[in-house]
Design a protein around this ligand. Sequence first.
Ligand code: PLP
Length: 286
Amino acid sequence: MLQSTIDKICFKGFEFYIKRDDLLGEINGNKARKLAFYFSQVYSKNQRFISYGGIQSNALATLSIFCLKRNIKLIFVCRKIPNFLKENPCGNYALALKNKVEIIETNNINLKKYALSLCNKEDIFIEQGIANLNAELGYKELANEIKEQSIDLNLEFDIFLPSGTGTSAAFLAKHSKFKIFTCSCIGDESYLKKQILELIQDYDFSNLEILKSNKKYHFGKPYREIYQLYKELKQECNIEFDLLYDMIGLNIVLQRKWEKPLLYIHQGGILGNVSMLQRYAFKGFK
Ligand SMILES: *Cc1c(COP(=O)(O)O)cnc(C)c1O
């Protein structure tokens, strides 16, 4: 069973709480919560997992650790890997290589369809970003854990977590007694809604509010103010946050007036920063 602490921090005079899912262990962050269902399953000797997506994704890194530990073969379909990265593996990609993932590059435009075509009957197919219905179990547990901790702390929270596919935010909002706020880090608000509805038909958004960023950020692109915020948080709070999702989310969090104490869910992904920091260094940010 997963369990993380809640820490109180102060940044530029704003006091809030952090759910330290980044400290869950080797498998951490929201990908650990999403995999909770798979922890409890029994696998056959020649079990294979087949997934697809970004070669530097946190999902790949997390799946590679899980599969190595459970003696499962992981096959991961991705787009052509840039030569520079192949010659200088780093971050999540380097970990996947170390963990013996069979990586299959393809020019096929439909990665999912291609990955599915590799599946035999006994194989377990995992959606990009581990965005599937089995993820719900981990969020039921997380909602309960937060409820118990809120009683110990004698606090009623508002909760914020940034979204990619929205799987984490949607399931947490479904099970939490506290109001959940999120933002879209890939595409706009309607794109996020669509993603959630694709996963969970008839999803009831009444406990999930999608907040807007006042600037449009392109996923994975370097921005000066994002790097600045990342550095300041690290210095002032001694916590490293993820560059792709957290910086978009925290920007919004810090600009908003919150009525209740805010609980921010740290969703891990720190190993993924290595490759982003290289891009920042390449652009001359120090
Ligand atoms: C995968 C990931 C997200 C996005 O999670 P979704 O459930 O797809 O919305 C956010 N933050 C971090 C650090 C992640 O690794």
